[in-house]
Design a protein around this ligand. Sequence first.
Ligand code: HEM
Length: 399
Amino acid sequence: MVGVENVRTSGSAFDPLAGGEVDEVRRGLAAVRATGCPVTTVASGLRFVAGHGAAREALLSHEHLSNAGNFVLEADNDGPAPPDLITQSDPPGHTALRALLRPGFARASITDATPWIREYADELLDALPAGGPADLVGDYALPLTGRVIARLVGVPAADAAELTAHSLAITAILPAAFTDTDAWRRLEEYFTLAARARRADDDPPDDLLTRLALGTAGGRRLTDQEVAFHAWQLFVAGLESTAYTIGSALYRLLSDRTRWEVLLADRSLLDGVREEGLRHGSAIRWVLRTAGEGASVGGEEVTAGERVIVGIESANLDETAFGPDAAEFDLRRPSARRHVAFGYGIHLCLGAELSRIEISTALAALLDRMPALRLAPGAGWTDVASPMFCGPQRVEVQW
Ligand code: HEM
């Protein structure tokens, strides 16, 4: 499979796939948006969509911009070839996978999630040393999102930490081949055994693992190995993105503590703060597509075979959509909900509502229990070491 590395050149003035220090990346994105081009050329065969309107158009254009190879997964010579996962597939395969998984994200059961997510949040906060210090990404947000996704998939909360560690080990090396790593072998074994147990169960619980193990997609049952890949992708999809959104929202609230005070005094702002956190945080910086025949963005043709980076972070910071102060974190931004943090179109994030509940609940627990929360002396922003994710590695606090 052709990896992104193979179509990138090092001569480009600004490489949106490289990641890096958040303010510097955002200055680069602003400069690209200022050109006004709906789709710019980053390197030979690689195009970039920077504006909010053009990004939405590109994300809606699934008939011409394919998701195959979106998140490049390369098989090892000796390892199993990954199947087409939901974010790497186009209709009709994508439609079948989405139909299989969607009921597992049904709104009713997700809305019921607030009390048990709050319970997890309280348990994690109870375990912190009184007054701090603590790292609210490593000690709170990541373990919280790990437990939540473990429950949704249908594996014991006690296994969440180990599954989280293996998932993080894999995302750290993507898009390189990962199926020959210890982390993948462990995950494959874990989910294969879990899938077999579900198939042997006379009365299996209604969760995502049961859907994967017993349901059908495209008229056939998935193999054990396919179940393992899909279950892993759900883990990855739900884990870091939500944790980094919680982390970046907290950092923005505490680095100018008047924002925290305003939110403490008026909790009706919480939903808007969550949406602004999703917009401004843009935990997933971009998604990839491959152009087919007849592809165009903003009236500009894209040649078949070109890779197209849809700049989610850039779209979320677009001044024409969010106003001249789009780079700022504004607790009361009326347009915040227009963000595309969860994507748009047929691949719109399946976990969006769950994630919203996680973010609100995580922030509410801190507001309730730690009103004196503040950044620890000297605490700054260190970017997560991944070109695809945006967020702080740590948020060091005391209270
Ligand atoms: C703040 C947190 C999250 C962000 C920023 C986020 C972002 C995204 C984005 C941008 C996409 C679209 C990918 C594309 O167009 O190629 C997506 C898809 C997806 N997300 Fe999320 N996500 C988050 C949380 C979650 C959670 C908690 C889950 C739960 C497991 C989840 C599961 C999925 C799945 C299954 C898809 C694939 C949908 C499809 O291809 O049809 N996400 N997400």
